[in-house]
Design a protein around this ligand. Structure first.
Ligand SMILES: Nc1ncnc2c1ncn2[C@@H]1O[C@H](COP(=O)(O)OP(=O)(O)OP(=O)(O)O)[C@@H](O)[C@H]1O
Length: 264
């Protein structure tokens, strides 16, 4: 269980996340939606402490995540893997090595520095790639893959951390619809098959409705809707975005697509 209690983050005068409280049972797939600037990324980044909260607490199975320091904080970041919009792979390294990077926190510093991975770790990485139909690409440079393939490599890398929670910050915002579907299917698979808790920031309501058990909508740093996809009615969508759904989609397409789209 992940408990978020009155979590707040201020940047100067601006309150990016404002007194957010949520209880997320283990194994839930939660979509976080809301307009640009609503505080979605800041909320996710606070959960693995990439961004420090100004106040409030985060508890995971009773452990106070907000108080962790040093090795304990590094251990938490290993258990709480992050997926980014731009994949964050090392482009000039091969796919297998990128996946093995997910093991680094599990091994002694000296063997990490020497870049040596065991046969068991290599087998584990290949298995993770195979699961997402990428075993044939294992020895290719990461920059030769499509955006959808790169994001699946990032998910395989996250799995190497053997996390309990996956935080995905707009994982499909740079992808065309076909690749977006393959990546969302991969996230659903790790949620359903491995029982991982998944929190995913999404711009597309249809995707949130299709894939998530629960949808949390943010507006100006606050949670203004928290319910099932069925409860997210057209009226609620109008409240969240200030426009109806069709108009919102047009705005979202214009805002996101041209600057970020990565070709298949
Ligand atoms: N490092 C920072 N310094 C200053 N202000 C920030 C910082 N990070 C976020 N903000 C501000 O906090 C608010 C929330 O930003 P955040 O990125 O969390 O929103 P978002 O809902 O994820 O938006 P988007 O969908 O555009 O990514 C915004 O007003 C943003 O400008």
């Amino acid at each position: 269980m992940l408990q978020i209690q009155s979590l707040t983050r201020r940047f100067g005068e601006r309150t990016a996340v404002n007194e957010v409280s949520l209880s997320i049972p283990a194994g839930q797939m939660v979509g976080v939606i809301g307009r640009s600037g609503a505080g979605k990324s800041t909320l996710l980044r606070m959960l693995n402490r990439l961004t420090e909260p100004s106040s409030g607490r985060i508890l995971h199975d009773g452990m106070d995540v907000t108080a962790l320091k040093g090795q304990a904080l590094r251990d938490w970041r290993t258990r709480c893997a992050m997926i980014f919009q731009q994949f964050n792979l090392v482009q000039r390294l091969d796919v297998l090595t990128n996946v093995l990077v997910g093991r680094l926190n599990h091994r002694p510093l000296i063997s990490s520095l020497l870049g040596r991975f065991t046969a068991a770790e290599r087998a584990m990485a290949l298995e993770a790639l195979d699961r997402f139909d990428l075993a044939d690409q294992a020895l290719q440079r990461a920059d030769t893959l499509s955006g959808g393939q790169q994001q699946r490599v990032a998910i395989a890398r996250a799995l190497m951390q053997q996390p309990r929670v996956i935080l995905a910050d707009e994982p499909i915002a740079s992808l065309d619809p076909r690749n977006a579907k393959v990546v969302m299917d991969a996230l659903r698979d790790v949620n359903k098959r491995d029982g991982l808790t998944v929190l995913v920031n999404l711009h597309h309501l249809d995707t949130a409705r299709e894939y998530c058990d629960r949808i949390v909508a943010m507006q100006a740093g606050r949670v203004m809707f928290d319910g099932t996809p069925a409860e997210l009615t057209a009226e609620k969508v109008r409240e969240i975005y200030g426009v109806d759904e069709a108009e919102f989609h047009e705005q979202a397409e214009e805002a996101v697509r041209p600057k970020h789209t990565v070709a298949a």
